[in-house]
Design a protein around this ligand. Structure first.
Ligand code: LLP
Length: 419
């Protein structure tokens, strides 16, 4: 990474190790900015914090003018600790807690994105210090080409308001003196590459905006089709061009808006998670046990697994890998790359043509920056890996490795009365 050999970084910081390359992150942000030029009005990039959040990442993104989408008090606390202004925070989620709603309203977030009518009831019951801006999350009944667990815009999804529910919500908000309907949002899923469902989503959002304004129920100043743009993980995945995808999205949005709503454009808000942080991330592991089974199968065990990357087990996600010291050595047949955890589902790669590997070799898995560490667990008492930033040649620790003391911190000793 930059002038630093990956094997040196593995020895210096230990493995498993996650590295983030700032240049690659900046490149992705630029791709969004560039593509968004096809939108004639103002635009905003808000980072979907769930992809991976930490205080130093927030600091980096704040300096780059990026906003934040959060779904819990925890994400909101990290965003605020990193210096995100509440006015740059949107609050999402299909079952927001009362504490989250009242804290979000209390600190003055930019908007709470109403997901269902029950939540709206709770918002109506809040004692608000100032008028509160709300967006509606529409369920546009659109299904993108991705794993079923990542589809969120179909009619039976737990997320978002169906058309009539959205109309009902708009009416109730308009009738509440302290609430303002300022934006419309949808998010149909994640890791998809075909843009058509997103175009149909924009059609629905603009149709709803036209209805809201015709009925005099609000002034739509923000329009957001969410996030979800996919990235390639594996050599057989479709190649995606971020600038082109964002440009197509922005120019389609401009076209529908102009046709239905005229020349005054709202702020177009894109909400990327993965397409910003997946590619900057690389995971490094050290090879340990290697088993050669009679059937010709080779099982290569490394020191991390489903505790830092549950995606292969959960979605059948496919990755590629390389031995950092011999990336171009000829493959010695297929290998399964597994972790050390007590689960047969604990594998990182089900089958890959890997060169001859030896214990102590360092294995790199690229495209590891999104939804790995944010979904990490302490299963089997595993300690979550450190994260090091490569900032144009400099190395900066973003998160230290977890220690057994971290694992012990929440446990209370049993008092004698319990005997
Ligand atoms: N906006 C909302 C409201 C979301 O729920 C999400 C992701 C995003 C934006 C960002 O989507 P992205 O640009 O990252 O695709 N754990 C799964 C992904 C779950 C995504 C959840 N929502 C995975 O590892 O593939």
């Amino acid at each position: 990474m930059g002038p630093h050999a990956l094997s040196d970084l593995a020895h210096r910081f230990g493995t498993p190790l996650y590295l983030y390359d700032l240049g690659t992150l900046d490149h992705a942000i630029q791709a969004y900015r560039h593509g968004l030029r096809a939108w004639p009005g103002p635009s905003l990039i808000t980072y979907a914090s769930k992809a991976w959040l930490s205080v130093p990442l927030v600091q980096l993104l704040v300096r780059r003018g990026i906003g934040f989408d959060v779904v819990s008090l925890g994400e909101m606390a990290i965003a605020q600790r990193g210096g995100a202004s509440p006015s740059a925070i949107h609050v999402h989620g299909n079952n927001k807690s009362r504490e989250l709603l009242s804290r979000a309203a209390g600190v003055g977030v930019h908007a709470i994105v109403v997901d269902n009518l029950h939540e709206l009831e709770q918002i109506l019951a809040l004692k608000l210090p100032r008028p509160l801006a709300l967006w509606l999350r529409l369920n546009p009944e659109q299904v993108p080409d991705t794993h079923a667990y990542r589809q969120t815009g179909h009619a039976t999804s737990k997320f978002g308001l169906l058309w009539e529910e959205a109309q009902e919500a708009a009416r109730r908000i308009a009738a509440a003196p302290h609430l303002r309907l300022t934006g419309l949002h949808a998010h149909i899923g994640s890791q998809f590459t075909q843009l058509n469902p997103l175009f149909r989503t924009l059609d629905r959002l603009v149709q709803l905006a036209a209805w809201v304004q015709k009925e005099g129920l609000g002034h739509i100043r923000y329009l957001s089709p969410g996030g979800g743009l996919g990235v390639p993980y594996h050599p057989q995945d479709p190649v995606t061009h971020l600038v082109a995808m964002v440009r197509q999205l922005a120019s389609y949005a401009a076209q529908v808006w102009r046709t239905k709503m005229g020349a005054s454009h709202p702020t177009l808000v894109l909400e990327p998670g993965r397409s910003l942080v997946a590619r900057p991330g690389i995971a490094l592991y050290t090879v340990g046990t290697i088993r050669h089974l009679p059937q010709g199968l080779r099982i290569v065990a490394v020191d991390g697994g489903m505790s830092d990357n549950i995606r292969p087990a959960l979605y059948g996600a496919r990755y590629t890998a390389a031995l950092v010291d011999r990336p171009l050595a000829p493959p010695a047949g297929p290998a399964q790359v597994v972790g050390p955890l007590c689960e047969s589902g604990d594998f990182l790669i089900e089958s890959i043509p890997l060169p001859e590997a030896r214990p102590g070799d360092v294995l790199a898995i690229p495209v590891s920056g999104a939804y790995h560490l944010s979904m990490a667990s302490n299963y089997n008492g595993m300690l979550r890996p450190p994260v090091v930033l490569h900032a144009y040649g400099r190395l900066i620790m973003m998160q230290r490795r977890e220690t057994p003391a971290d694992l012990l911190r929440r446990d209370e000793p049993l008092p004698p009365v319990a005997d």
